[in-house]
Design a protein around this ligand. Structure first.
Ligand SMILES: [Zn+2]
Length: 122
């Protein structure tokens, strides 16, 4: 199975999944936009400015060599929303520590939250 380009329906599902998690975590203080554009070596991404509360959630138009699966789209949406959940903490932490270490710590927390959600919801 080869990877390829994500279509409009997959982008709509990414958006719907992200909006679901935004609501679950009550992240209503963000001014969100959803983008469907090419990212290098990433399925999805989030860009935000914690001072202005503007955030962009992006699904890549290309998954490169990786197969596009519904699970990967759903997982990417949750992953990026969890980055937004941690945005304030991350923004302040980066002022005190190397960005790479903050990102590593953020991914440890994201994976723990995901595992907890999986246990809770099967
Ligand atoms: Zn990440």
């Amino acid at each position: 199975m080869s990877g390829g380009r994500t279509n409009k329906i997959q982008f709509a599902r990414f958006r719907a999944a992200a909006e679901h998690w935004i609501e679950v975590f009550g992240l209503f203080d963000w001014d969100l936009e959803f983008l469907h554009e090419k990212l290098e070596n990433k399925y999805a991404s989030v860009h935000y400015d914690y001072a202005t509360r503007k955030a962009s959630l992006v699904l890549s138009t290309s998954f490169g060599k990786w197969p596009i699966t519904e699970e990967r789209i759903q997982d990417s949406a949750l992953h990026e929303v969890l980055h937004l959940l941690l945005a304030d903490l991350s923004g302040f932490a980066e002022a005190a520590a190397a960005e790479r270490r903050v990102t590593e710590a953020e991914h440890i927390i994201i994976n723990r939250i995901k595992a907890a959600l999986n246990r809770a919801h099967g």
